[in-house]
Design a protein around this ligand. Sequence first.
Ligand code: GRF
Length: 210
Amino acid sequence: MKRIAVFVSGGGTNLGAIIKAQSENKLGCGRVALVVSNKADAYALVRAEQAGIKSEVVLKKSFNGQLEFENRLLEILAREKIDLVVLAGFMSILSSHFTKQLENRIINIHPSLIPAFCGEGFYGLNVHKAALEKGVKVSGATVHFVTEECDGGPIILQAAVEVLEGDTPEELQQRIMQQAEWKLLPRAVQLFCDDRLEVVNGSVHIKNEV
Ligand code: GRF
C-alpha cells in the first residue's frame, strides 16, 4: 500500500475527488493517510474529518521562517511514513530544501495547460482571468511533479477544456475543475501508486498496465 498525504489550503474539492476515487477503489494501492493544511479554517479539513482521515494544521507563522516550517512538514511525513505528497489547492511556497528530499514524490494540480498561465502569481482565479484576457479558446488543467521551479516540474497528465463566449473567471474555473482537475488528479495518484510513472530526461512516461 502507498501512503498519501494531501496538502490543502482551501475548499478541498480536489481532495474530495481523491477521497471519492479511493471509495471507488480507483486509487490503485494508494490510501490517503493524512491531510495537512496551512490554514486552520480550510473547508478541506471538514472533508477530511467527514471521510475519517487524520488531519494536521501546520501554520507557517508558528515557525521561525521557511526552513523550520518545511522541516516540520518533513518530520510529519516521516512520522506517517508517507510515500506520495499531493498538493491540492495548497497555497504555500515549498523551497528546494523540501522538494529535493521528495524528488518525483510530490504532485500538484494546476488549473491551466502548462506552460501557459503558470509560475509566480498564477494561482486560483488569477489563472483564469489571465486566460480570458488573452482570449484563449481552450484552457485546461495539468498535473505535474513538483520541483523548486513553481509549476515547472515534469508534466504527468493534461486535459483541455473549452472556453465559452462570455465566460467569467468563476465559470471557467468551475468547468476546468469539473471536466479536468477532478478527473486528472485521482488518475495521476493511481498511476503513481501503481508504479506506472517514470521520469526520463524531464519527461514523464506512463508504463503499461502491470
Ligand atoms: C483549484 O482551482 C486548483 O486547481 C488550484 O486550487 C484551486 C482550489 O482547489 N490548485 P481546491 O478546491 O481547494 O481543491
